[in-house]
Design a protein around this ligand. Sequence first.
Ligand SMILES: Nc1ncnc2c1ncn2[C@@H]1O[C@H](COP(=O)(O)OP(=O)(O)OP(=O)(O)O)[C@@H](O)[C@H]1O
Ligand SMILES: [Mg+2]
Length: 480
Amino acid sequence: MKGMKILLVDDEPLMRMSMVDALEAVGHDVRAAASGTEGIEVVKQKTFDLVITDLRLPGADGLTVMKAAKEQSPHVEVVVITAHGSVETAVGAMKLGAFDYITKPFQMEELLLIVERVGRVIRLRCEDRDFQEKPDDTFTFGGMLGVGSRMQGVLDKVKTIAEADSPVLITGESGTGKDAVANAIHQNSPRRQYPMVKVSCASLSEKRLDAELFGYEKGAFPDAMRLRRGRLELANRGTLFLDEIAASSPGIQAKLLRVLQSGKFERLGGKQILETDVRLVCATQRDLQHEVAEERFNADLLFLLNGVSLMLPPLRKRAEDIMVIADHLLKLNAVKAGKVIEGFSLGAKDLLTRYSFPGNIRELERMVERSVAMVGDGETIQPFDLCGHQSCPFAGGTPNEACEFCKEGLSSVASTDRSMNSLADAREEFEKRYIASVVEQAGGNRAAASKILKLSHKALSEKCKRYGISFSDEDQDLKG
Ligand SMILES: Nc1ncnc2c1ncn2[C@@H]1O[C@H](COP(=O)(O)OP(=O)(O)OP(=O)(O)O)[C@@H](O)[C@H]1O
Ligand SMILES: [Mg+2]
């Protein structure tokens, strides 16, 4: 999020100036203060999105600045800067509500990375609020959901197409909803009381597909012991849905063209010309223009199908839909599992809205289903519930084995900090932040954190020692 209002409190003039420069260079509106007392004065006069404060300051310290800022506006996020070796204080600040901490000396890009994350969380929070205030923004048609103009346009078109009687071509990547749209078209068409028959062209050999579609007479081929009607006959007066039409052979395409033009066809081995009245709805993941150019698809058939065509955008191009669909799926799955689930944590929402979803809505469905199975009654879905963690780095696997979700997380860490040049560095940074967040969510409880992370107590303790992360039972040990 660009243009955040940021207050920066640091008593070292050089440090302060370079941080102000770096933050202003990426478009933020920055106010600087040289002491804790000045910082407190400023937060009383003006509201900020983010306060970045050194912990050790002359006058009031960073924690006091944080407290004052949160008193003035509870939504303000605070990032604390801590000296090397005093990570415990920073962890303490996080327990009191700081968003994150950064240890001196640090690269400016490290700070910018944290600020960028704060921006994303603020944006999500605003969207959450907007969504709750404007539920009418979401619309649904035939069990499909959408929000925003892109999907609204698509679903409006589905509604119009359903009422017409022309053939339809639906294109889109895997899992974008081609089947769902075909169902919605049939269910909302004048043919709805007649059958909808589906044939998947990609899963049958050429001969089987021919026989399935057109049927055969007894004796048409050695296995044809009796007459069998084809799907074209079974779908009479209804809709025939041909999935992955591009996988059909030129011979079949030519026969389908004839059906479209005249409604006429013959069974295999038959001489009698039969007639059928079907509406053809076809789907494909491929670019049929390209298939025609490569002479793999019948140009005339494409011409007829293309009259009414619908292109379903991949989920990554309609990120505005992700949370609407995810929330809807969460409710459905929670009811099925008999659980009350609070929703997605801000971190989980952040990952969901940034992930590219190569498997589109189907992948989102599986992810939500698995997450609901992972969380307990009354809990919130966290980022690690989404990924499932079978062999990803958090479960002790190597980055090569990371699930797609975690790989993207790793690459986003690596790409934002140019000082890291190896995957091992990126993984370590990611692991450190991740473990810190889990330990925090587990309230500093070692047993709970190691259970979530699926790490032994020993392995977790070693990692935490290396990363300077402490547990509440350690605090007790110290006190005791
Ligand atoms: N807009 C939507 N809102 C909610 N759920 C949707 C939406 N579109 C599709 N779905 C759901 O997403 C899942 C995948 O959709 P569908 O099977 O229709 O995809 P597809 O494009 O046919 O995929 P494939 O190419 O792999 O056959 C289905 O469970 C479907 O109900
Ligand atoms: Mg499909």
